[in-house]
Design a protein around this ligand. Structure first.
Ligand SMILES: [Zn+2]
Length: 286
């Protein structure tokens, strides 16, 4: 066993159990709780200042907490509204810049919406705009991965296959599977270990060039959904959809390594439950 777990677990935001409300305190709190990742939630806008980000980076390094971020929700890279598009680019670049300063390795975003576009048109728009974002990040020497999250609504652009294709055609983009969204959108209903395996097999096959399954980034929660897709995220043990146990078993039994960010309403509590479940599966494997 390496000195740190092969899979890192952490909350989407500052732990609920944390007494302080700053990101820096959140990082310290993750360490105290025994978690090893934290996603900074820039979902309403990037408000963190440069010096604060640098302090977060120092603490994250000292405590071995892997940092990531979630870009604002209003991002839509498929829109034909030039103002919205300019803002979307600005939000992703701003998130990436601050995340890189904080020593983070990925900034996650929701790619966009089809609206009147065909899936092909939506893909082309997202690709063109991501290319422009990449080029700006390269010019500014910002080293980061851009995580295209698998979306939960059928009206949204960014299914698993679409995001994998973006990753194949762009340098900095990787897919970020959100297992609750995959399940809710119906891209991949997840019930058994084999269902999860199908996702990882696809990532392994399609992204072998970057060995993505050895440093993947994903989101997990249980979810409430309708025939249009996601409604809201649930805490673990609410409806068991998708189920955590077979997922942790798969991760324990294979050579995958990466980060699982907990997006349930019980953030750190459920992160710790995931970690326990994973460690239990690891010990059974021996
Ligand atoms: Zn998200």
């Amino acid at each position: 066993m390496p000195s740190f777990p092969r899979i890192r677990f952490g909350p989407a935001g500052i732990p609920i159990q944390c007494e302080g409300s700053s990101t820096l305190e959140g990082v310290r709190c993750c360490k105290e709780l025994g978690l090893s990742a934290m996603e900074m939630e820039f979902v309403q806008g990037v408000r963190m200042k440069e010096d604060a980000a640098i302090e977060v980076g120092k603490a994250a390094k000292e405590f071995d907490i892997s940092i990531s971020s979630h870009a604002p929700y209003f991002v839509n890279l498929c829109t034909d509204d030039s103002l919205k598009l300019a803002n979307s680019k600005k939000h992703i670049i701003g998130s990436a810049r601050i995340t890189a300063l904080a020593g983070g390795n990925i900034t996650v975003f929701h790619p966009g919406f089809y609206q009147k576009l065909t899936p092909k048109e939506a893909f082309d728009a997202a690709k063109t705009n991501l290319k422009a974002i990449e080029s700006e990040l390269k010019t500014r020497n910002i080293k980061i991965r851009l995580g295209a999250e698998t979306v939960g609504k059928k009206s949204a652009f960014g299914g698993l296959d679409e995001n994998i294709k973006l990753a194949q055609e762009l340098d900095m983009v990787v897919p970020v599977p959100d297992f609750a969204h995959l399940h809710a959108r119906g891209d991949q209903r997840l019930k058994t270990e084999d269902d999860y395996r199908a996702v990882f097999d696809k990532l392994e096959r399609e992204l072998s060039g970057i060995d993505y399954i050895r440093h993947f980034h994903c989101h997990f929660s249980e979810i409430n959904y309708s025939d249009k897709g996601e409604l809201n995220h649930f805490a673990l043990g609410t409806n068991n959809e998708p189920p955590i146990k077979p997922f942790m078993k798969l991760l324990a039994e294979n050579g995958y390594s990466g980060t699982v960010i907990c997006e349930t309403p019980r953030l750190d509590y459920d992160s710790l439950m995931m970690k326990d479940e994973y460690e239990r599966a690891l010990s059974k494997k021996k």
